[in-house]
Design a protein around this ligand. Structure first.
Ligand SMILES: NC(=O)C1=CN([C@@H]2O[C@H](COP(=O)(O)OP(=O)(O)OC[C@H]3O[C@@H](n4cnc5c(N)ncnc54)[C@H](O)[C@@H]3O)[C@@H](O)[C@H]2O)C=CC1
Ligand SMILES: O=C(O)CCC(=O)C(=O)O
Length: 374
């Protein structure tokens, strides 16, 4: 059963644009932070990140200020430290996030094949952020192959191919271990069922390759089968990864009623595919890293070194991530206001779109245009 889709066009862009974030929140991972009783504001940790990070972070700060969002930022330095051969983040940043229970994060670059381990993975591990929610939705005013994409993908976020357990067996032979545990699989799959229920989607699609990865993906699928019995109102479907890729490229609308859930690497790749299908740019796709107590919100894209420092980056993905964050914190009206201003700016004219969307706007002129629509 597919929900009817309305596809906004430029002709009717004054109608309420499609929301890319969902208000109802699953009971797992609920935000329990409180505003400062003196200022009435919530404190949010902010990791600005590398490359385009500071530019898109400035856009969020300016827009939050103009929209009068009751949030004060606590800037966190996550310059990596090496302790006992392991990559860690500074105590001050850990304390800030533990205290505030919520953070917004710009992209963090990972050196290839040397230096520190990915700080993105380190943050996810440090704070037990077990589910990575990545919605990808068509936006009005920018034409891509499909105009009706509305995909929700939940990616396991702490293990799988990202466990970082690799070694040289003998010169020329390396081994990398894909770790799948019952606990982590159960946490993320349960979250997917709860998320589907919360946003009113009747299907959970479990993506795997257990024909080949028999034990690891096999365990993931078995856990899903067990949990499905606790959710008789949700249909659980199993789909092989390659088949899922084909289906989503051929007919993304067939997943409009579903939440997909998968092991870590599959989710990383599938979510970029979803971004490409929905928006044709990584610059539009937000995400939430959810843990039991703490959650960190970030764009799906990386630090974009090719355009860093050029005032060219599209801040939309970080802005929509900040809207997911506001929904998570119960500040729904502020989320709606910012999201509507962002999406109507994109829909309004090519002059208001950044280069990745074929427009001529800079990061700062886009920010000003959004502020004028608040
Ligand atoms: N969650 C995170 O912090 C992530 C960090 N990374 C890191 O980012 C670095 C660069 O990775 P890449 O593979 O090049 O991926 P990337 O996402 O940074 O860039 C891929 C392409 O998309 C474009 N792009 C990305 N974000 C954009 C935006 N907001 N506006 C306009 N265009 C945008 C870039 O210009 C580039 O052409 C690496 O060090 C990687 O480790 C990569 C992915 C996620
Ligand atoms: O940490 C990185 O370098 C890349 C991480 C990434 O692609 C992601 O999981 O979002």
């Amino acid at each position: 059963m597919l929900r009817a889709l309305r596809t906004p066009t430029l002709r009717n862009s004054s109608m309420r644009l499609m929301s890319t974030t969902a208000h109802p929140q699953p009971s797992i991972g609920r935000f329990t932070g409180k505003p400062d009783p003196n200022t009435g504001k919530f404190t949010v940790s902010f990791i600005e990140g590398d490359g385009i990070g500071p530019e898109i972070s400035q856009a969020v700060k300016s827009i939050f200020k103009a929209a009068d969002v009751p949030v004060q930022w606590e800037t966190c330095d996550v310059t990596p430290l090496f302790i006992n051969g392991l990559t860690t983040i500074p105590d001050k940043a850990v304390q800030s996030i533990n205290k505030n229970l919520v953070a917004l994060k710009g992209p963090l670059a990972t050196p290839i094949g040397k230096g520190h381990r990915s700080l993105n993975l380190t943050l996810r591990k440090t704070f037990g952020l077990f589910a990575n929610v990545r919605p990808a939705k068509s936006v009005a005013g920018f034409k891509t192959t499909y105009s009706d994409v509305d995909l929700v993908l939940i990616r396991e976020n702490t293990e799988g191919e990202y466990s970082g357990i690799e070694h040289v067996v003998t010169p020329g032979v390396v081994q990398s271990i894909k770790l799948i545990t019952r606990d982590a699989s159960e946490r993320v799959i349960r979250y997917a069922f709860e998320y589907a229920r919360a946003i009113g989607r009747p299907r959970v699609v479990v993506v795997h390759k257990s024909t080949i990865q028999r034990l690891s993906d096999g365990l993931f699928v078995n856990v899903a089968r067990e949990l499905a019995k606790e959710y008789p109102d949700i249909i659980m479907e199993e789909q092989l990864l390659d088949n899922k890729v084909l289906n989503v490229v051929q007919n993304p609308a067939s997943y409009t009623d579903a939440v997909s859930v998968c092991p870590n690497l599959y989710g990383d790749i599938l979510s970029d595919l979803n971004s490409g299908l929905s928006a044709g740019s990584l610059g539009l796709t937000p995400s939430a890293n959810i843990g039991n107590k703490i959650s960190i919100f970030e764009a799906v894209h990386g630090s974009a070194p090719d355009i860093a420092g050029k005032n060219m980056a599209n801040p939309t993905a970080l802005l929509l991530s900040s809207c997911m964050m506001l929904n998570h914190m119960g500040l729904n009206q502020h989320a709606d206001k910012i999201q509507d201003a962002v999406l109507s700016t994109i829909a309004s004219s090519p002059e208001n779109r950044t280069g990745d969307l074929g427009g001529s706007a800079t990061t700062s002129s886009f920010t000003d245009a959004v502020i004028s629509k608040l």
